[in-house]
Design a protein around this ligand. Structure first.
Ligand SMILES: [Zn+2]
Length: 451
C-alpha cells in the first residue's frame, strides 16, 4: 500500500515534508516522493501524517470493573483520538497485574478486545513487599514496560509504598533493569490534611486543599531522592505542580509526565465544572499551568499521558465531592488537545510535538524499536490529521464508556481523520471503528534497549 501526497511529520524535522510512504506487512518500507507501483493507494492530500500517538498511562478496568470501561471501548476511544499504542495500569483490574501469572491472564483476556496495540505496567503495593518481592519484579521485568507504585493510595486492595519499601523495590528494579513509576502524593500530608479539609466543607476547592501542591512536592522530592541515591530509574506520573516538575527535571535518574487536565484546568474551575473535574491528584492552583506548558515545551517534562479513568454518571455524581469517583475519560482527547493547544497554538513546534506525543514515551519504555516515529522498518502506526478541521468534545459522542468529561462543549482546532495500526485503518472520522476486536497486539519492552 502507498500513502500518497502526505505532509509527513518525520523525526527531528521542524516542518512537515511532502511525500509518500510505502507500507507492506504492517511496516513502513520506504519514504520518498512519487513512489511508483500499482499498490493500493490512500491519498493524504492536505493532511499531516504523524506517528500514531502513544498514551503511556490508561486505566481500562479490564477485567473486573467493566461497568466503567473495557479494552474494546477504551482502545476504540483512544484510536478515535489518534492513539495507536496504550500502556495500561496494573491496579485497576481484578485481579491486579502483580506477577507473571496475573499478567499472562490479563493479556489473554484483553487481547481479544483490543483494537490498538497495548503494553502493561506491573504493580507492586505495600502488601507485596514480602519475601517474594524479587521474584515478582524479576518475572515481570521482561513482560511489562515498568512497575507502578503509589506513595499515597486511594484503593484498599493496593496500598501505598513507604519510603523504606521504595528503597527495597528500587534496589531490585535497578538489578533487573526495570523502571518504577510513582503516583507521588505525600501520605503524611494527605492523611493529616484530609480530615481538616472535609471539616471545612463539601466542594472541589476543599478536595484540592486535602492534596495541594506541597503534597506532590514533598513526595516527588523524597521518592526521586531515593532513586537518585541508588541510581535507579524512576518516572513520576501525572505531574500537576510546577515545583515538583522542576525537582524531577533536576534529577539524573527520573523522568516525568503531565496530562492535559493539569495544563487546561485549575482548582478555580471546580466551581463551574464540579465533580466532572475530580481527579487524583487534583488540579492545582492557576499559577502552575503556564509553567507546566513551558517545561513541556523545553523538555523539562518528558511527555504527556491521559490517565484515562472513567467513572459512570452515577459514580461521578454521588452528592458529595468526597465520595464522587476520581477520574476522567481523557484518552480520546490526549492527542487532539496537545495538537491544538500546544502545536497549533504555537507553544512548541512540530519536532517537540512528536517527542511529546510519541517518541519520548517509546524511548523511555523501550518500545522505540517498533513504535514512536515514522521511519523505515518501524510499524506503520500513523495518524492523519486535518489541521484546518475542528474537534467538538461531547461526552455523549465518545467511544469510551466514560461520558462525563470536564471538556464538555469545548472545540479544539484540528481533526483526526484516520488512525492506522500496522498499515490497517482502525478508525476513520466518517466511518468510525473499522477494525475487529482482537486486532491490537501485546507490546513488550525491547530488553536490548538501555533506559
Ligand atoms: Zn492513573
Amino acid at each position: 500500500m502507498i500513502v500518497r501526497n502526505a505532509q509527513l511529520a518525520l523525526p527531528n524535522a521542524d516542518s512537515p515534508v511532502g511525500g509518500d510512504l510505502r507500507i507492506k506487512d504492517g511496516l513502513i518500507r520506504e519514504i520518498g516522493t512519487a513512489l511508483s507501483g500499482s499498490d493500493e493507494a490512500i491519498d493524504a492530500e492536505g493532511l499531516l501524517v504523524m506517528p500514531g500517538a502513544i498514551d503511556p498511562h490508561v486505566h481500562f478496568f479490564d477485567p473486573g470493573y467493566n461497568h466503567k470501561e473495557d479494552f474494546y471501548h477504551g482502545t476504540a476511544a483512544s484510536a478515535s483520538g489518534g492513539v495507536t499504542t496504550v500502556i495500561d495500569m496494573p491496579d485497576t483490574s481484578d485481579p491486579a497485574a502483580i506477577d507473571a501469572a496475573s499478567i499472562r491472564a490479563k493479556r489473554d483476556h484483553v487481547a481479544a478486545r483490543a483494537v490498538i496495540d497495548f503494553g502493561f505496567f506491573g504493580g507492586i503495593s505495600g502488601l507485596l513487599c514480602d519475601d517474594r518481592l524479587e521474584q515478582r519484579i524479576a518475572e515481570m521485568s521482561t513482560e511489562v514496560c515498568g512497575i507502578k507504585t503509589y506513595a499515597t493510595s486511594g484503593a484498599e486492595h493496593f496500598p501505598r509504598v513507604s519510603h523504606y519499601q521504595y528503597w527495597r523495590i528500587l534496589e531490585l528494579t535497578r538489578k533487573h533493569n526495570c523502571i518504577v513509576l510513582v503516583h507521588a502524593e505525600d501520605f503524611d500530608y494527605v492523611n493529616g490534611a484530609t480530615p481538616d479539609a472535609r471539616a471545612g466543607g463539601d466542594g472541589g476547592m476543599q478536595f484540592y486543599r486535602s492534596r495541594p501542591e506541597i503534597a506532590e512536592t514533598l513526595s516527588v522530592f523524597s521518592v526521586s531522592e531515593i532513586a537518585e541515591q541508588l541510581g535507579a530509574q524512576m518516572h513520576i506520573v501525572h505531574l500537576g505542580t510546577a515545583r515538583a516538575a522542576e525537582i524531577v527535571a533536576g534529577r539524573r535518574f527520573s523522568s516525568g509526565e503531565t496530562c492535559p487536565q493539569y495544563l487546561e484546568f485549575d482548582c478555580n474551575d471546580f466551581e463551574r465544572i464540579g465533580a466532572a473535574l475530580k481527579i487524583t491528584p487534583p488540579v492545582k492552583g492557576p499559577q502552575n499551568k503556564a509553567a507546566l506548558w513551558r517545561m513541556l515545551a523545553e523538555g523539562a517534562i518528558d511527555f504527556v499521558a491521559s490517565d484515562h479513568a472513567p467513572g459512570t454518571v452515577e459514580e461521578k455524581s454521588t452528592g458529595s465531592i468526597w465520595t464522587d469517583y476520581a477520574g476522567i475519560p481523557g484518552g480520546p482527547i490526549l492527542f487532539p488537545y496537545v495538537f491544538s493547544e500546544g502545536y497549533l497554538a504555537g507553544r512548541f513546534g512540530l519536532k517537540r510535538l512528536l517527542q511529546i506525543c510519541s517518541q519520548a514515551a517509546a524511548e523511555r519504555y523501550r518500545i522505540a524499536d517498533r513504535k514512536g516515529s515514522i521511519a523505515v522498518g518501524k510499524d506503520a502506526d500513523l495518524v492523519f490529521v486535518d489541521p484546518d478541521g475542528t474537534t467538538l468534545i461531547r461526552g455523549a459522542d465518545s467511544l469510551s464508556k466514560g461520558k462525563v468529561t470536564p471538556y464538555e462543549g469545548r472545540t479544539l482546532r484540528g481533526r483526526v481523520i484516520r488512525t492506522m495500526l500496522r498499515g490497517n485503518t482502525v478508525y476513520h472520522a466518517d466511518q468510525g471503528i473499522l477494525s475487529e476486536p482482537g486486532s491490537g497486539a501485546f507490546v513488550r519492552p525491547n530488553l536490548d534497549d538501555s533506559q
